[in-house]
Design a protein around this ligand. Structure first.
Ligand code: 3PG
Length: 352
């Protein structure tokens, strides 16, 4: 019977990899572990996995997972022959990852419009990949090849080339890589250690997966926002707090921060809930929206703040006990400077 070929949108696959920011690199020894492993990753928040051809059952593992979870983004890793590319794609893989730049594998994938991400760690590797028209590359083994510094050095020469670092990445060092503009996503086995899989520790895998996501989003409290109806009322409250606790102030167009934790708005603003708002920081706003939306959180898409074309603040659609909630990407724009309160007082002509 002739095989029905399903056309894969490679750009969509790349975007998905980037949205997740983390790709679990999986080595499975027993096919029976395939579905529980995939379920643990999905329950932890990652609907993506790279199944490596480091065991004989890789093809069957890909088949089992894609049959049970057709929406899961399954790639094939450690692919080093054309034969393995064919097996992986027939089994349902959506893309191919190689540890190195292997000519016949790359050529076959390009001829068949298969997304291939070959391993490159030197300028010579990257040069060759670029001559094939490839700009999305694996950087392996990342830590022992100079880590993010090498990625930045290569990217400064090869504009437009981006990397998926793997090899030696874990919860302790992923933050160094994952939000760099030259990095598509980080791959690794830290949450899918073969010992955990063989021991059936799927709940631990789910937990490590969830921890990894929160590690890259890196949420924490940013500030508490108090609404004031007029600029005068705003400043009265600002100086009361600042005088009482000897706090520094940071002024922006619409509000003033008092000691960095409290923001006092100087005019009413309808998205800032009836009682005020609570702001949280994240390392990556786009990914936070992606993951929280997957978890059912809804956003107010009409009040997004930008710096240039980079989004940096978004509000949730619902209030919590009368407070609006917003998420803000860590940045150094807001406020632009912090001053002693007397400087700001004289700046605005405040005499009382
Ligand atoms: C890979 O093939 O990408 C790496 O072996 C994964 O590296 P790690 O096991 O050090 O995470």
């Amino acid at each position: 019977m002739e095989k029905i070929l399903v056309k894969i949108d490679n750009q969509k696959v790349l975007k998905q990899i980037e949205d997740y920011g983390i790709v679990p690199v999986v080595k499975i020894e027993n096919v029976k572990d395939a579905v529980p492993l995939a379920k643990a990753l999905i329950d932890g928040g990652l609907n993506v996995a790279e199944i490596t051809f480091r065991t004989d059952c890789a093809t069957d593992v890909i088949k089992e997972i894609t049959k049970k979870y057709p929406d899961m983004l399954v790639g094939a890793g450690t692919v080093n022959s054309v034969e393995q590319v064919k097996q992986a794609m027939d089994a349902g893989a959506k893309y191919i990852v190689c540890p190195a730049l292997i000519d016949d594998v790359v050529e076959y994938c390009l001829q068949h419009n298969i997304l291939v991400i070959p391993g490159c760690t030197t300028a010579s590797d990257v040069q060759k990949a670029v001559s094939y028209g490839l700009t999305n590359l694996k950087f392996f083994p990342a830590e022992s090849s100079g880590g993010i510094q090498t990625i930045r050095a290569l990217s400064s020469v090869y504009e437009g080339v981006r990397f998926m670092p793997t090899g030696g990445i874990d919860l302790d060092n992923i933050s160094e890589y994952v939000n760099d503009p030259n990095v598509i996503a980080c791959g690794g086995s830290w949450m899918v250690n073969p010992e955990l899989i063989n021991a059936g520790e799927f709940d631990e895998i789910r937990k490590l997966t969830r921890d990894s996501i929160f590690k890259i989003l890196n949420f924490d409290f940013a500030h508490f926002g108090i609404n004031c109806d007029t600029e005068e009322e705003g400043y009265k409250n600002i100086f009361k707090l600042a005088d009482m606790f000897d706090l520094i102030l940071g002024d922006t167009e619409s509000s003033t921060y008092v000691g960095k934790d409290v923001e006092i708005t100087k005019q009413p603003f309808k998205v800032r809930g009836p009682h005020g708002h609570i702001g949280y920081h994240t390392d990556n706003l786009k990914r936070s929206i992606f993951y929280l939306s997957n978890a059912g959180v809804e956003f107010n898409m009409e009040h997004i703040k930008y710096h240039g074309d980079k989004m940096f603040v978004i509000y949730l659609k619902d209030y919590l006990a009368g407070f609006a909630i917003h998420i803000e990407e860590r940045n150094d724009h807001n406020p632009s400077s912090w001053d002693h309160r007397d400087d700001i007082k004289s700046l605005i002509g405040w005499n009382n």
